[in-house]
Design a protein around this ligand. Structure first.
Ligand SMILES: C[S@@+](CC[C@H](N)C(=O)[O-])C[C@H]1O[C@@H](n2cnc3c(N)ncnc32)[C@H](O)[C@@H]1O
Length: 229
């Protein structure tokens, strides 16, 4: 499928097809996880009753076609010159905006290993999309054969404070809105203080929020930090 999509002769069609392909893979994960060596659960002939069984039972083809329609429905023009980048925010070069909205991976300080490691959660898609290079990217030391993860400050308790300092310093000339969570490390109060080094006005807006896959007990508050002069 991946190779066939590469044959489409229009870059936007290719982008929509790759997005639909990834979304289909996401929907079909058992227990919404890629990072478990649990293929046997799919191949065993037993009665199943877990959460996303209905989605799992729908064919790959069916999901793919539905997501192609959904992605196409999201295409519109706002009449402006828009650009998207896929790169490390700390590499810079993104400073020219009126308002910078940040939604960083969050490190849950209430958990023993509270990192949100996107490379770890979504390595399957990354490897699939870079199909011809994937054999050099695999970490053969782990059973799930995930991809080798680059160390990131956002998943490291000891480096995350410096990463936020660097991020806010980089956007010190911009108005900032930062999505955050009350369980995050640094704490929202600490982030407010860091933003205060660059901005005259910093305030925190809060709203109760429950993630789709969490229970009422482990829900935490989503907050928005707003910083400007
Ligand atoms: C909380 S999610 C953002 C979700 C997004 N607001 C949305 O609604 O889809 C955090 C995002 O940060 C990205 N990310 C992680 N490390 C990054 C980095 N160093 N530079 C830029 N983006 C990064 C992840 O890939 C992930 O998409």
């Amino acid at each position: 499928m991946h190779l066939n999509i590469g044959e489409l002769n229009n870059e936007y069609k290719r982008a929509i097809a790759y997005s639909a392909l990834c979304q289909t893979c996401l929907a079909k994960r058992p227990y919404n996880l890629f990072h478990r060596a649990n293929l046997y659960m799919r191949t065993q002939d037993v009665e199943r009753s877990f959460g996303n069984k209905t989605t799992w039972d729908r064919s790959f083809d069916d999901h793919f076609r539905q997501y192609v329609v959904e992605f196409n429905e999201g295409v519109f023009s706002n009449g402006r010159d828009n650009r998207a980048f896929n790169r490390d925010v700390l590499d810079g070069g993104l400073e020219g905006a009126d308002l910078v909205y940040l939604d960083p991976p969050y490190y849950d300080r209430t958990k023993q290993n509270g990192a949100t490691n996107y490379q770890f959660y979504y390595y399957f898609l990354e490897g699939y999309l870079q199909y011809s290079d994937r054999s050099d990217m695999i970490d053969n030391s782990v059973e799930s054969k995930r991809l080798i993860c680059d160390p990131s400050p956002w998943t490291d308790r000891d480096r995350i404070y410096d990463a936020f300092e660097e991020l806010f310093d980089q956007f010190s000339e911009n108005k900032l809105a930062v999505s955050y969570n009350t369980a995050g490390l640094p704490t929202p109060a600490e982030l407010k203080e860091m933003l205060g080094e660059h901005k005259e006005q910093v305030h925190i807006e809060a709203r109760k929020h429950q993630y789709a896959l969490s229970t009422a007990e482990d829900s935490a508050d989503e907050v928005l930090l707003i910083a400007h002069d």
